[in-house]
Design a protein around this ligand. Structure first.
Ligand SMILES: Nc1ncnc2c1ncn2[C@@H]1O[C@H](COP(=O)(O)OP(=O)(O)OP(=O)(O)O)[C@@H](O)[C@H]1O
Length: 584
């Protein structure tokens, strides 16, 4: 029943692929039938050929037995191939479901949880469920079939033994219940520790540079070792309970077979039963009890499935973003206008106010700059605009509608972003730029690359745009990576462009040329940019000076120079920093 419930819970998330599944199960049941017919052939062999001396039956009976074995072996190969295919496909189905949900949950949640949990969900848990569906369920169905078939034959041969079998089977089936809870608990612990270790290992790889330069190898080993100890303890306990469950089952089966021999030998000696019938009965009793024992052995796997399913379901129940819809539908196309405004915008995290009543109004075609000291809240303004953080107060508007009215899909086609460290995917330079607009031609990609000052680099590479850039663009410099991200957004040609310190890794002259290229490409469109290099935003229509999550002052560069102490302070600090750098 537990397996059936688990099967029903899993069903909505996988595509069953009925034709292949039916073929695979047909192989299973045909194979089982062929195997279960063998003891009957041996019965005839012993009683009719060996005891009854009907030697003419020897050849045909051996041929039938050999034929059954061959057919069963051939079906076994087909069955293995079909279930392997289904197992992988079902695992991938589940991964797709998880990935689709991952795309809809808040970014802050993804950043908080980290990679370990999601890798464990998509790796271990989906594989466990793929295995459950295409190994555990199949085995349970096969065992149930063998059990019914064998008990039926035993009843047909000797009703008293059949009745005895019916009494023993439920007792054997009750054994795993003794261990079920302990197995579930330890399986859960193993998963949780694996998840933690997954996060640590991910960090060990991502943080390789820091670990080397700070000599953190010992710290890394100790940190891992603490988790390994918990994992080892839980894994050993998990295995011990599983083995105990299976061993108690085996012991009980052996006891039943010994009893059967004791009972049957007396009847054969009395002449009440033929030797062939005793041999066949022992085999059928084995066929009846082996499934029960096997089912006991599956308790561990069932519990692992139960734990994995709970984790998957809990994840799929986790709240999604309000505007997670990725379709291109806007509320009303003519409500769209590349304008952004906020009034009293508040963002709070764990009781701490990150944005505290921020006001801004960026009109169509304007260039707005957000400046301020580190931690002032500039990126948070952009992250909120991008839907990565939820406002906890105030209003934010895009076009003529509140921010939340627009679907993520609609906005993603109209908003372009360059982060300080944009993510580059393993692939070529061209592929990474083309992510801005997937249907762009090679010429358009090259043109965008040139605008982003990548022409000298691309022309110097033997494979040009087709050059692979390695994992996260590791084969490029920080500035080259930033320029690829800029080329990507220039190719996209968004209505609103958000630049979050997009040129921090570039030298002054490249930065100036790129900003001028962006300015030309985005002429007449709306640009929001944050930066620490104040001279790059002197031409902005409005500069918003943020301090501790509030807009301390706003206006044009010249106005702010006259009236804003905060802006003056920022410029002074920048000049001092510049002077301090000169002698170095
Ligand atoms: N997800 C989050 N949870 C909790 N606090 C956060 C979160 N994101 C940002 N903060 C906090 O909010 C404050 C503003 O961060 P933000 O990144 O917006 O600053 P910034 O002005 O862009 O800084 P920088 O110039 O250094 O990039 C910081 O104190 C930061 O620690």
């Amino acid at each position: 029943m537990q397996s059936f419930r688990l099967f029903m819970r899993l069903l909505p998330y996988v595509k069953i692929r009925w034709r292949r599944t039916a073929a695979a199960y047909a192989c299973v049941f045909a194979m089982l039938t062929f195997n279960l017919l063998q003891p009957f052939v041996f019965l005839l062999l012993i009683d009719r050929v060996l005891v009854g001396r009907e030697t003419e039956l020897l050849g045909p009976l051996l041929a039938v037995s050999g034929g059954l074995a061959l057919a069963s072996a051939a079906l076994g190969v087909v069955r293995a191939g079909l279930f392997r295919y289904l197992g992988i496909r079902h695992t991938l189905d589940l991964r797709d479901v998880i990935l689709a949900h991952l795309r809809r949950i808040p970014m802050t949640e993804i950043e908080r949880v980290g990679a370990g949990k999601y890798t464990a969900l998509m790796g271990m848990d989906t594989a466990t469920m793929g295995n459950f569906l295409n190994h555990v369920v199949v085995e349970l169905a096969s065992q149930a079939y063998s059990l019914v078939f064998a008990v039926g034959v035993i009843f047909y041969m000797d009703w008293r033994l059949g009745t005895a079998a019916l009494i023993f089977i439920p007792i054997l089936m009750a054994i795993p219940r003794l261990f079920r809870e302990a197995i579930a608990r330890n399986t859960g612990h193993v998963r949780a520790h694996n998840e933690e270790i997954g996060t640590y290992l991910y960090e060990s790889i991502e943080g390789s540079r820091e670990i080397r330069v700070h000599g953190l190898e010992q710290w890394e080993r100790e940190r891992n070792e603490r988790q390994y100890r918990h994992l080892v303890r839980a894994s050993v306990m998990d295995t011990l309970y599983r083995v105990m469950s299976a061993s108690f089952g085996s012991l009980a089966v052996s006891a039943v077979i010994v009893l059967l021999y004791a009972f049957g030998s007396g009847r054969v000696l009395d002449g009440a039963m033929t030797l062939g019938v005793l041999v066949a009965l022992v085999q059928y009793m084995n066929n009846a009890l082996a499934p029960v024992q096997a089912m006991n052995g599956f308790v561990g796997e069932l519990q692992a499935g139960e734990v994995a399913m709970e984790r998957i379901e809990a994840f799929l129940r986790s709240p999604t973003e309000a505007a997670a819809d990725v379709s291109d539908d806007g509320p009303e196309a003519d409500e769209w206008k590349p304008e952004v405004a906020a009034a009293g915008l508040e963002v709070t995290k764990e009781g701490h106010g990150i944005l505290r009543g921020v006001d801004f109004n960026v009109k169509y075609g304007e260039f707005a700059a957000f400046v301020g000291r580190s931690g002032a809240g500039k990126s948070t303004v952009f992250r909120t605009l991008l839907g990565f953080m939820e406002p906890t107060g105030g209003h934010m508007r895009i076009g003529s509608l509140p921010h939340g009215c627009w679907s993520r899909g609609f906005l993603s086609r109209r908003l372009g972003v360059v982060f300080q460290e944009s993510f580059l995917f393993a692939g070529t330079i061209g592929e990474n730029i083309r992510m801005g607009r997937l249907n762009a031609s090679d010429e358009e990609v090259y043109e965008a690359a040139c605008l982003a000052e990548l022409k000298p680099l691309i022309d110097s590479l033997p494979e040009g745009l087709n050059t692979s850039i390695g994992y996260r663009g590791a084969q490029l410099s920080g500035g080259q990576r930033q320029r690829i991200a800029i080329a990507r957004v220039l190719l996209q040609q968004p209505d609103i462009l958000i630049l979050d310190e997009p040129t921090s890794a570039l030298d002054r002259s490249t930065e100036t040329r790129i900003l001028s290229a962006i300015g030309k490409a985005m002429a007449g469109k709306t640009v929001l940019m944050s930066t620490h290099r104040l001279d790059t935003v002197e031409s902005a229509d409005t500069i918003y000076v943020l301090e501790q999550g509030e807009v301390a002052s706003a206006g044009k560069h010249a106005e702010l120079l006259r009236s804003s102490a905060e802006y003056g302070g920022l410029i002074k600090r920048q000049e001092q920093a510049g002077q301090e750098r000169v002698p170095v």
